[in-house]
Design a protein around this ligand. Structure first.
Ligand code: PLP
Length: 250
């Protein structure tokens, strides 16, 4: 389990003010980006990304009004979620690459998975949610965002745009899954504007056949303005809110 995931440990002095300031700066950035794009400020939701940060930070953000959190490593997340059961009405999002052998665990805590990118993962998640429902550890279907690859590099995860329709239909037909929308991360060395423009086009065409798939999860600390200009409904922000993550090999 990651350090500090247990509750009952106090946050360092000053952390509450630090997070409160970062959160209000970030909300201002999102509002400004919405205004520049001619969009309503409430059309974009913030998903604080708390990976690598302790449960005490999540408790502070909860006191500051946050009710949704994004995590990217299944083991770290499931331990943290278990230690945060005193926080009611929280929705947890899995945003990182997900291996099929973690499906059984992830469906116990995640409201939404942003990183669904293969036929086999869809089948496994659907079965895992079904089993969790039968066992009484879950009631709702799992909200699924299909992750698109915008650089045609299969090594980085994500679905090739050519396969989007096929996988969207598969999710739609899975009894325990709900197709909520799309997610993408712009290629490392690409212009985020071009990547988000392509993503927006793919989202528009998805909506013609799947009108309920309204969510567009796009934009992080460094590129949220561009993502919002291109229709993002959900920005996933870590560094700009939490500070720098510890350096790891991942
Ligand atoms: C870590 C992470 C983020 C947050 O990135 P920042 O640049 O720190 O805001 C967003 N999306 C995914 C999928 C991530 O893994």
């Amino acid at each position: 389990m990651s350090q500090g995931a247990e509750s009952g440990i106090d946050a360092p002095p000053g952390r509450e003010k630090e997070l409160a300031d970062a959160l209000s700066n970030l909300r201002r950035r999102i509002d400004d980006a919405c205004r520049s794009a001619g969009r309503a400020p409430d059309s974009v939701r913030l998903l604080p990304v708390t990976k690598f940060f302790p449960g005490t930070d999540i408790e502070i953000l909860y006191r500051l009004g946050c009710r949704e959190f994004g995590e990217s490593r299944e083991q770290e997340a499931s331990a943290k979620v278990a230690s945060m059961s005193q926080l009611s009405q929280v929705r947890w999002h899995m945003i990182g690459h997900l291996q099929r052998n973690k499906a059984k665990s992830v469906v116990r805590w995640a409201d939404t998975v942003h990183s669904v990118d293969s036929e086999r993962l869809i089948t496994t998640l659907d079965g895992a949610v079904g089993a969790a429902r039968d066992a009484g550890v879950r009631t709702r279907p799992l909200r699924v965002l299909l992750q698109l690859s915008l650089d045609r590099d299969p090594g980085r995860g994500g679905i090739a745009p050519e396969r989007l329709t096929e996988l969207a239909d598969q999710v739609e037909n899975a009894p325990n899954l709900q197709l909520a929308g799309l997610m993408a991360i712009p290629p490392l060395d690409a212009d985020p504007d071009a990547a988000f423009a392509e993503l927006a086009g793919l989202h528009r065409s998805l909506l013609t056949d799947h009108p309920a798939a309204t969510e567009l999860s796009a934009g992080m600390s460094g590129d949220l303005e561009s993502a919002i200009a291109h229709g993002s409904t959900r920005v996933r922000v870590g560094t700009a809110l939490m500070g720098a993550r510890p350096i790891t090999s991942q």
